[in-house]
Design a protein around this ligand. Structure first.
Ligand SMILES: NC(=O)c1ccc[n+]([C@@H]2O[C@H](COP(=O)([O-])OP(=O)(O)OC[C@H]3O[C@@H](n4cnc5c(N)ncnc54)[C@H](OP(=O)(O)O)[C@@H]3O)[C@@H](O)[C@H]2O)c1
Length: 329
């Protein structure tokens, strides 16, 4: 069971953590440390993992999109006044990067106006807002392997990246107590992602080799690890804009090759260029983010991308293969 996995804690010889001690020795203090967290986008890839991880130690309220649509200011303020949370965590978004190029109105509503509503309403009820942003706010033109830092100037190439850059501005302008988390290359057990797509494509018997870009670089980041980092940021009182991706980096091609070889999927794969794919949205080639602020503040729990991917594939590899086989039929 994944619930037992938590690398952020140090255990004594009986397997107890300092937090466990506090929970049992001083339940009153423990209760005071517990936060009430309202999560938006909790049916998505990251939101579902945050809901699972954060609810282990905090009170989590996680309405779905029908119960709370972030584009409705009235709906948001009503919910925040009713729940009176300590923290609002926004994992909601319009995340289909190519579809964003054609869906201008919906993208603005969900990715910019939604976060602005959350920021204004959080300010009114005096709670903290955590908002998730992306490596796609940068143009990726820095020479490899130079990473982007928190204070580098955004210059997005796509409608998605532009909307996320504007979401950041809306949050900074309207909430006095915010955390913005820029992350990238997310994978997890729920939702669509690159790992699942490579497993599905690798299992298809194709006459042609699977072609994957060898000139886009990033840090594959496990949603479970990111959820742990969000919890740490909350509990340690983080404030501001944080880059939060796994340590180390690879190309998309290396990433795909590693997934196939670790799962023993014998598929033919060859490198190509990102330019070979006729996608609607332009993507940055250098997606490296340096977690400078997390490290400076001594609160990083992020790990090497291969170590986390190994653990993920050991835990969920068989499940992903089974799901991919069902999809094929
Ligand atoms: N995936 C990545 O690699 C990646 C990389 C960098 C940053 N991010 C950012 O991380 C965040 C989470 O991404 P993800 O991949 O977990 O996204 P996801 O799987 O696409 O989930 C998005 C969630 O937002 C909800 N949602 C959409 N419109 C909404 C609205 N108007 N009101 C309330 N909820 C709404 C969706 O609900 P329904 O399912 O009901 O539509 C879903 O639960 C996003 O802000 C994204 O920009 C993602």
């Amino acid at each position: 069971m994944l619930v037992s996995l938590d690398y952020s804690k140090s255990h004594d010889k009986d397997g107890h953590t300092k937090k466990d001690e506090l929970k049992y020795l001083n339940p009153k203090v423990w209760e005071q440390l517990k936060m009430k967290i309202l999560i938006l986008g909790s049916t998505g890839m990251l939101g579902s993992e945050c809901k699972r991880v954060l609810s282990q130690e905090h009170e989590v309220i996680a309405p779905n999109k029908n119960e709370l649509d972030i584009i409705s200011w009235d709906g948001v303020i009503e919910k925040l006044q009713e729940v009176s949370p300590d923290v609002v965590l926004n994992c909601a978004g319009f995340t289909d990067v190519d579809a964003c190029e054609k869906e201008d109105f919906a993208v603005r509503k969900i990715n910019v106006e939604g976060p602005r509503n959350l920021a204004q309403c959080s300010a009114r009820v005096q709670c903290k807002l955590i908002h998730i942003s992306t490596d796609y706010v940068f143009d990726g033109q820095k020479m490899m392997p130079q990473p982007y830092f928190e204070d580098d100037t955004p210059s997005p190439l796509s409608a998605y990246g532009k909307s996320k850059m504007e979401s950041e501005i809306a949050v900074r302008e309207n909430s006095p107590n915010y955390i913005i988390i820029r992350t990238g290359w997310l994978y997890g057990v729920n939702g669509k992602n690159f790992v699942k797509s490579i497993v599905t494509q690798g299992l298809k018997k194709k006459s042609k080799a699977l072609r994957v870009a060898n000139d886009q670089f990033g840090s594959p980041t496990w949603t479970y690890r990111l959820a742990l980092q969000i919890k740490e940021l909350l509990e340690k009182g983080g404030v501001g804009t944080y880059h939060t991706t796994a340590e180390g980096y690879c190309s998309r091609f290396e990433y795909a090759k590693y997934i196939l070889s670790e799962l023993g999927i014998n598929a033919s794969i060859e490198p190509c260029s990102i330019k070979d794919f006729k996608k609607s949205a332009k993507r940055p080639t250098n997606c490296l983010l340096e977690n400078r602020l997390l490290k400076k503040e001594g609160i990083s729990v992020m790990r090497d991308w291969k170590k986390d991917l190994d653990t993920f594939l050991k835990e969920f590899g068989e499940k992903l293969i089974k799901e991919a086989r069902v999809k094929k039929h």
